[in-house]
Design a binder for this molecule. Structure first.
Ligand code: HEC
Ligand code: HEC
Ligand code: HEC
Ligand code: HEC
Ligand code: HEC
Ligand code: HEC
Ligand code: HEC
Ligand code: HEC
Ligand code: HEC
Ligand code: HEC
Ligand code: HEC
Ligand code: HEC
Length: 303
């Protein structure tokens, strides 16, 4: 339908709109007809006041802003979360369920989310000032303060480690946590950082930790895979004697007998009982070694 004087601007639009347009325009037309010649100019001036046209826009669906749309203005925050956000790579509105609340006098805490909205009881509730360590809400791990700023609190979060290191005195007990765990929280040093020429060829911490744990380095424990040459560096004599022997022990690993913990000494009976010997006969001797000599060589005394 084309209404004279308004051109064809409603053509193709939905029915209800035409209707409302017609409803509004008809009385106007009547008035215009009465005045005659002034017609085109007045229609032009009054058109923007047409109420139906303004209401139109509110009948559309409004999508809430997407994270990418927020990012168009808050570009630095968007890229920060993208590059360093870690597990905080959530949609902006997952956290900011309200924003742009420019109400005068509204406190900052009422404009932005609180950590505790989502993280209740973290760190046993001991550290309420979250942003004093996690300095940037959008990158909470990367923005952690440097290790030395945490030094006073290591033991409050790692109670097991700090009691282990105290209960087993060693050279490491004399050190501060951050002498090893320096620069940033969670950094783990290599043993060779401070022990450049260890008694065992350095391959990795894992090699050293087959025997030593970093917080209790003198509680030395090992598995049955340790090679004799590892012991050789400190125990040349028994290693040499064992290697030179032609007897049955020569084929054994040190740790087959000296098993599990350093310094462990087995006795003959735990593997052999009384051997082939009559217990009565043995009573006359101080022990197996009186005849069998050095356990590593097994050269019978007198032979
Ligand atoms: C994990 C929750 C979380 C996510 C996801 C998040 N924010 Fe925030 N945002 C916060 C918190 C908490 C604060 C308050 C930090 C403070 O008080 O310093 C904040 C502060 C802000 C601020 C004001 C302080 C500033 O750094 O400029 C803006 C702007 C902001 N966020 C925008 C965004 C945008 C944009 C996104 C998405 C690209 C986003 N945020 C994603 C939690 C979040
Ligand atoms: C058209 C640009 C624009 C878009 C899009 C935009 N913001 Fe903002 N935002 C601003 C401006 C400007 C400020 C005030 C100045 C400032 O703090 O940087 C602001 C401030 C904020 C603040 C500070 C706290 C507050 O409410 O006063 C937060 C939080 C925030 N915006 C979150 C968002 C989130 C979430 C989105 C997407 C859902 C978003 N903004 C989209 C421009 C924008
Ligand atoms: C709207 C919820 C929400 C808010 C608010 C929020 N977080 Fe988170 N945060 C999460 C979720 C979800 C994770 C993902 C890990 C999980 O499931 O616990 C997370 C993870 C984290 C992590 C581990 C991140 C990683 O990459 O390993 C830290 C640290 C953290 N949040 C600290 C904070 C701090 C500090 C604040 C306040 C400045 C805060 N969060 C606010 C939801 C939130
Ligand atoms: C004294 C410093 C400090 C304070 C204060 C602190 N944190 Fe942490 N937070 C840490 C450290 C260190 C980690 C370990 C980070 C890592 O995994 O490398 C951590 C890890 C986290 C994690 C991920 C691991 C977990 O335990 O779930 C979340 C979530 C977290 N903090 C939330 C918070 C919230 C929420 C607050 C405030 C209530 C807070 N933190 C206060 C130092 C702190
Ligand atoms: C607010 C609590 C908190 C404080 C303070 C804290 N840590 Fe942690 N730390 C954590 C959490 C949480 C983890 C992650 C634990 C996990 O993944 O099991 C962690 C992990 C670690 C790890 C292991 C990282 C890995 O990759 O396995 C080391 C090492 C560490 N912390 C050392 C320290 C040292 C040293 C200090 C003091 C300078 C310290 N922490 C202070 C909470 C804390
Ligand atoms: C002599 C160096 C050294 C000192 C001192 C030291 N650490 Fe460690 N720590 C290490 C090494 C190396 C590792 C890595 C172990 C691994 O890779 O399994 C480690 C691992 C850790 C871990 C993660 C694994 C675990 O055992 O839970 C935590 C937490 C930790 N240290 C906390 C501490 C704290 C707290 C202190 C101070 C009380 C401390 N460390 C002192 C060298 C040290
Ligand atoms: C940041 C330096 C540092 C790192 C890293 C380090 N140590 Fe040590 N360690 C020392 C110091 C200092 C001593 C005490 C002085 C000495 O005996 O040289 C020591 C002593 C020891 C001792 C003898 C303890 C005693 O009381 O006689 C052993 C064993 C040891 N370290 C093993 C290790 C192992 C295994 C690692 C790796 C997991 C390691 N260390 C990492 C500095 C370090
Ligand atoms: C097969 C077990 C074993 C392995 C693997 C091992 N150690 Fe040892 N380490 C020992 C024994 C046993 C001692 C002697 C302890 C004593 O004096 O009572 C020792 C002593 C030490 C000492 C004290 C100083 C010394 O030389 O007498 C340091 C430091 C040390 N080890 C560092 C390391 C490092 C670093 C590594 C890895 C490269 C490593 N150890 C691998 C068993 C081992
Ligand atoms: C870094 C040097 C070192 C290494 C490596 C080492 N030891 Fe020792 N070992 C010692 C020292 C030093 C003693 C003396 C400690 C003491 O008297 O407490 C000792 C003591 C012993 C003793 C006890 C001696 C006694 O009379 O009580 C046995 C058994 C022993 N070591 C076996 C081994 C075996 C097996 C290995 C290889 C898995 C090994 N050791 C590796 C240095 C080392
Ligand atoms: C068949 C088991 C057996 C094997 C294999 C063995 N030992 Fe022994 N070792 C013993 C016994 C038993 C003693 C105790 C001797 C005593 O009571 O005088 C001993 C004593 C020692 C002692 C302390 C006395 C001494 O002779 O210095 C050292 C150190 C030692 N062994 C190191 C080693 C090393 C290193 C190896 C590998 C090269 C090794 N042993 C292999 C059984 C064994
Ligand atoms: C951890 C176990 C173990 C211990 C402890 C042990 N032995 Fe043996 N012994 C063996 C094994 C295995 C053989 C080899 C058996 C075979 O060849 O049938 C052997 C062989 C022998 C033989 C025969 C050697 C030959 O070549 O004819 C004699 C003798 C002997 N042991 C004496 C002793 C004496 C003495 C002790 C104490 C000082 C001792 N053993 C400690 C495991 C052990
Ligand atoms: C009076 C000296 C003497 C005493 C004490 C003695 N042995 Fe023997 N043992 C011998 C002689 C001799 C042989 C045979 C020669 C050989 O096998 O080397 C022998 C052989 C053995 C054999 C090897 C048997 C075989 O089948 O080849 C074992 C195992 C053995 N003894 C274990 C022990 C044990 C364990 C003790 C301590 C409980 C012990 N002996 C005490 C003298 C002794």
């Amino acid at each position: 339908m084309i209404i004279p004087g308004l051109g064809n601007r409603f053509v193709g639009k939905e029915k209800f709109r035409m209707k409302s347009a017609v409803r509004c325009v008809l009385p106007l037309l009547a008035a215009i007809l009465l005045v005659g010649a002034a017609l085109p100019a007045m229609a032009e001036t009054l058109r923007p006041l047409t109420p139906g046209e303004g209401a139109e826009v509110y009948r559309q669906q409004v999508e809430q802003m997407s994270t990418v749309e927020c990012g168009k203005c808050h570009y630095e925050i968007f890229t920060l979360i993208r590059d360093k956000g870690g597990l905080h790579q959530l949609e902006c509105r997952d956290c900011h369920n309200k924003y742009h609340t420019f109400t005068p006098g509204l406190a900052w805490k009422d404009r932005v989310p609180a950590c505790n909205d989502c993280h209740e009881g973290v760190h046993e509730g001991n550290f309420p000032q979250c942003l004093s360590c996690h300095q940037q809400a959008h990158a909470p791990i990367v923005s952690l303060v440097a290790a030395d700023k945490l030094a006073a609190d290591c033991g409050r979060c790692h109670a097991q480690v700090s009691s282990a290191i105290q209960e087993h005195p060693s050279g490491h007990t004399e050190m501060g946590c951050t002498d090893c765990h320096h620069d940033r929280h969670g950094f783990k040093p290599g043993c060779n950082e401070c022990h450049p020429e260890p008694h065992v060829a350095f391959q990795s911490n894992t090699e050293c930790m087959k025997c030593h744990q970093p917080h209790t380095p003198l509680l030395i424990a090992f598995g049955d895979e340790v090679e004799n040459q590892v012991c050789q560096g400190c125990h040349e004599k028994p290693t040499a004697v064992l290697a030179a022997s032609k007897k049955g022990h020569a084929a054994l690993k040190c740790v087959f007998c000296h098993a599990e913990t350093h310094g462990n000494i087995p006795n003959c009976q735990q593997c052999h009982g009384n051997g082939p010997h009559n217990p009565e006969l043995l009573k006359g001797f101080s022990g197996c070694l009186e005849c069998h000599g050095d356990p590593h060589g097994l050269t019978l005394s007198g032979s």
